[in-house]
Ligand binder design. Sequence first.
Ligand code: ADP
Ligand code: MG
Length: 474
Amino acid sequence: MTKTADSVWMECLSFIRDNIKPQAYKTWFEPIKPIKLSGEALTIQVPSKFFYEWLEEHYIKLLRVALVRQLGNGAKLVYDVKMENAYSSNSPQTVKIPSANRNPLKPQKVTVPMESSRELKNPFIIPGLQKVKIESQLNPNYNFVNFVEGDSNRLARSAGMAVANKPGGTSFNPLLVYGGVGLGKTHLAHAIGVEIKDKYPDKTVLYISSEKFTQQFIDSVKSNTRNDFIHFYQMIDVLIIDDVQFLSGKAGTQDVFFHIFNHLHQNGKQVILTSDKAPVDMQDIEQRLLSRFKWGLSAELQLPDYETRISILQNKLYRDGVEMPEEIVEYIAKNIKSNVRELEGVIISMIAQASFNRKEFTIDLAKQIVDKFVKNTKKELSIDYIQKVVSKYFDMDVATLQSKTRKRHIVQARQLAMYFAKRMTKSSLASIGSQIGQRDHATVLHACKTVDNLTETDKQFKKYVDDLTKKLTL
Ligand code: ADP
Ligand code: MG
């Protein structure tokens, strides 16, 4: 039987498949296309330059053995790097498989003379030919030193420390830190990254919000560089994704993250995630992804108790070089209970007010400021308030927003109100539905999905969401 590129490659694949993990096979070998066989040289097409480099670095031995079995000791492998944004012809780059007298199993460095014919699309940087430098996007001010320890965060904090000491080397992989708004998830996530960078300067650490991750993914699909996007993320040693709850309902992004996650996990790389909910309470996240989230450790950041709130306040004052009477600190700690960001907010306002008006820190001033914070919190949490803000934004009254009409702009306003009620209150879907025009929970769920989808696909709509988010959180 005469050999063809296809038949040779099929045989190679069946050998390779038996020798590596299924996920690695799927990621690195399924996308390869056999192009041409001429004599002992097989040309294969790979999706990107990074892909080619990865094969060279990790699978060259295996490829060599597979190929030598098919084509004999003179076997040659030629890579054809597919140009995703083709604008010039691509000249294949040749790699010689070791010649007859060499032991094909012996590792050998293969140097490839090649001009880079296109640049790897990396969402953060333009890499040089060899070494890729990735900015870790970490905020050095969010570190362990100023992350005050207390009963409410002890588990999460010490798991974070353990991960920082041995990234990828503990059973806390992924480490999922979850908890309510303003309880320190982002701070802790950065702290872990900062600590790793400090201990292991050579490790590639990347912090990214899940919104930004989603946006990059969408952009990569648009510009036809999805593979580069995936490969970029698969190169990272420590990947920190903040607020994964925002992946909910975004099937495409979840799918791509699933593959990236598997690859990293399988290669002993560390993944750190934060979320505002425990995995069991996450909605519209694919089951297979949820089950991955549960592989490692889920650690909750709880509401800080009184002592911890005092420590956090004192720590903040100390860092700002400000002295404040104890009774005022206690007053603040007694009245702001649900959110560390607000504790800090009160201190910042106090300092601003006092220096602005050349006033002393007084209990009265503290009361005024605390009152404002407490009111704002209440406002944020009411579905009525959300409906008012949304109606006003679209220039309609609340009754119209709640009415049974199918007019498109009214339906959209109603769906947005439901979406924000879901996002910004603790109310159940059923209770949101009954408060926004007597709808059932399925309608609310549908509204949330629709808003998520439209936000991803429709610029104007995304602007509504952004504007309203600002108005509602101000
Ligand atoms: P989240 O991401 O959970 O909404 P953040 O990490 O943004 O919360 O925290 C809100 C603010 O509270 C930040 O300024 C952070 O530095 C501060 N903060 C939270 N927890 C602590 C802590 N344990 N010690 C010191 N500051 C904290
Ligand atoms: Mg955060």
